[in-house]
Design a protein around this ligand. Sequence first.
Ligand code: 9Z3
Length: 359
Amino acid sequence: MVQQNGTSEQSTEPDYFQTNPEPPTLDRQITLARSFIEQHAGQDRRVALVTSGGTTVPLENQTVRFIDNFSAGTRGATSAEYFLEAGYAVLFLHRQFSLLPYSRHYSHSTNCFLDFMTHNDAGAVVVESEYQQQMAQVLSRYRKVKQDNTLLLLPFTTVNEYLWLLRGLAMQMQPLGANGLFYLAAAVSDFFVPAERMVEHKIQSSEDFQEDLTNGSGARAPAAHMEGKRLVIDLDPVPKFLKMLVDGWAPRSMIVSFKLETDPSLLAKKARYALEKYSHHLVIGNLLNTRKWEVLFVSADGGERWIRVPAGRRSVPTWIHDGAQMGEPAIEIESWIVPEVAEEHTKMIEKRLSKQASY
Ligand code: 9Z3
């Protein structure tokens, strides 16, 4: 059972980063990001931080159980490829083992990657002829990105790792000024277990092994505990990181967030609400069931606009043989989303430049 925290206690910055531990890999990841950003800043290249995949909320410090957020990483990995094609360098902040740019074409499909291979007459392993053309294209784009060092992969698993990384990377991106872009496609937990309320060991389901977790020290009660045979989970709200990003960590970058809903009647309202609450540049709304072929752009100038891939051109999983992929090739909606975002980014940079010139 998940209970919403009815108390008025809220984790806010700087409290969050003072009371939740820095991940051990953070320093290394920030060091890698720093030299990546320096390289591209030196070449006056735009840098996009693309977040992708879902964050987890561990219930135990030595984690056996955790709560997860839905996302395969398709939106982020696909968008990253289009940003690279548009000339950006990309910091790809992704859930470990979710989809990655380029390899996404071959992983997580119903085919095992070995199904793309065969033996030639000489016995060497080669790509099956039907996949040759598409794989050659993906390979040459991937090679170019490797050669130019324009893609840096940075994995996270928990919401805590995500928040520390997002803050650290945003600080590193500050010198880029308006050339920095945040494209927040990751599905981030709204609720979490703060470090001070996390139990160390696996929660015991058997009543015969349950510990008495109440303590008289005044510390807050653990977020997860057994009540007889029932597991009771009482989560804290995750601090409003978008507010911290817009106001403090990345005040000069363009910031685009995604809003995920399941109820169509709420999408536009919630997207507009987020935009007004955080005052960033663009919210892209999407519904769980239609996210692959329609999205709603809600922008700061008051505009609301749907982008829709027509029925015959939708990209559907190959195991759905509904004829949608017959005829014209399928369109990935990110191939329409990303150029629009890049164009808005150009306008923002030009505005900044003309403002500077008039001083
Ligand atoms: C999204 O809405 C993404 O488009 C999806 C992509 C997670 C739906 P997939 O990876 O899915 O292609 O399978 N991301 C944002 C989700 C989110 O947590 N947004 C927060 C919210 O809705 C605001 S940052 O409140």
